[in-house]
Design a protein around this ligand. Structure first.
Ligand code: SF4
Length: 374
């Protein structure tokens, strides 16, 4: 059976956070939202016809803030997915949700519409840090959103937390994690803040009081330890889960399995093809969607698989990769073995995985080793 993950992008937000470079539009007009939903449904129907032989086993609504839409609109989009694709009975169906954009009735409606997983953008449980990030919610909003989701019946809840926030200290991050974990999420994503071009933070970089590199590293390592104490084990650099609650959708990205991205700015990867939608909403609404479309060489597929696999706690199995891709993996395996001998990685049979210290600097290690053709 050929399986597929679907990512659906909802690009609207209440306002723009200071660090955000995602494709998201604050204060959307009702008319634009309506047109967007209808363009999205057309795209779902079109892809349903083109990928009819696949079974969809994960659906992920991201943004933006999907829960800025009425629950009825989100379930209408999901209905279109069900009508257009063959959706497996045990599909993982997630929506991202920002605190204070959904309550008990809203979550009930999502559950009865078919959603079974929530990913809540908590970011911090410190009101000062939330304000500095430009988030609209408070720590109390985050807590009550999580409680309401539970009360409504969601049994699979993930939260996003950030580290490296301006003025954040190891102590305030530890407090955030204690408070978040006391609400028993099944999954937690821990992202380091990056100052991205074009954001409010980039324009005001000189005035930001950011933790230095050593403090950030300390924050990451102590968070990994703390989360394990709460039963949240790391399975990817930034992702932690209780047993049985890893994100099936995100694992598709890291295993380089097939997925389609629908909606503005969404990316797809099917076999040796990668394609992406335009970031221009006017073009998207007119149906002029595809922005880039490329065929990936077998060599680059191997490099991608190594790059993505090495993000995972389980690492990459070089014997298996050689079999799957028919490409010679020895060069990369040998290069990574050097990091095994200096204590940054471990090796078991054909599999090599980074240890915590290696994982933290994995991007720079891999960019030296991998030689993409494109
Ligand atoms: S809520 Fe998320 S997508 Fe929207 S502006 Fe903030 S960070 Fe960006």
């Amino acid at each position: 059976m050929k399986t597929l993950g679907l990512y659906i992008h909802i690009p609207f937000c209440k306002s723009k956070c200071r660090y955000c470079d995602f494709c998201s539009f604050p204060h959307p007009k009702t008319e634009t939202v309506k047109k967007y939903i209808s363009a999205l449904i057309s795209e779902i129907e079109e892809y349903g016809r083109a990928y009819g032989e696949y079974t969809v086993n994960t659906v992920y609504f991201g943004g933006g803030t999907p829960t800025l839409l009425d629950a009825q609109h989100l379930t209408e989009i999901l209905k279109a997915v069900k009508a257009s694709f063959s959706l497996s009975g045990d599909a993982e169906i997630t929506t991202e949700c920002n605190p204070a954009t959904g309550g008990f009735d809203y979550f009930k409606a999502l559950l009865s519409g078919g959603f079974n997983r929530l990913s809540i953008g908590v970011q911090s449980m410190n009101d000062r840090e939330l304000k500095l990030l430009g988030r609209l919610h408070s720590a109390e909003d985050a807590k009550s959103t999580l409680r309401e989701a539970r009360k409504a019946g969601f049994e699979n809840v993930s939260v996003d937390v950030m580290f490296g926030i301006p003025e954040q200290t190891p102590q305030s991050l530890a407090q955030t994690l204690d408070e978040v974990c006391s609400l028993s999420p099944e999954h937690l994503s821990l992202y380091g803040l990056k100052i991205e071009e074009g954001t409010h933070f980039a324009r005001h970089a000189d005035s930001l009081i950011l933790p230095d590199e050593d403090t950030e590293y300390e924050m990451y390592l102590s968070s990994v330890k703390k989360l394990a104490e709460f039963g949240l084990e790391r399975y990817e650099i930034s992702n932690f889960a209780k047993k049985g609650f890893t994100s099936r959708h995100n694992l598709k990205y890291w295993h380089r399995e097939d997925y389609l991205g629908l909606g503005i700015a969404a990316h797809s990867c099917v076999g040796n093809r990668r394609f992406a939608n335009t970031c221009d909403i006017e073009k998207y609404l007119k149906g002029d969607r595809i922005d880039t479309n490329e065929t990936i060489s077998p060599h680059d597929i191997l490099c991608e698989k190594i790059m993505l696999g090495m993000r995972l706690e389980e690492g990459a199995d070089f014997d298996l990769l050689q079999e799957e891709t028919n490409e010679d993996t020895a060069k990369y395996k040998n290069a990574l073995e050097r990091y095994v001998s200096c204590g940054y990685a471990k090796k078991e049979g054909g599999r090599i995985a980074f240890l915590s210290n290696g994982m933290y600097v994995s991007n720079s290690i891999l960019s030296e080793i991998l030689d993409f053709e494109k």
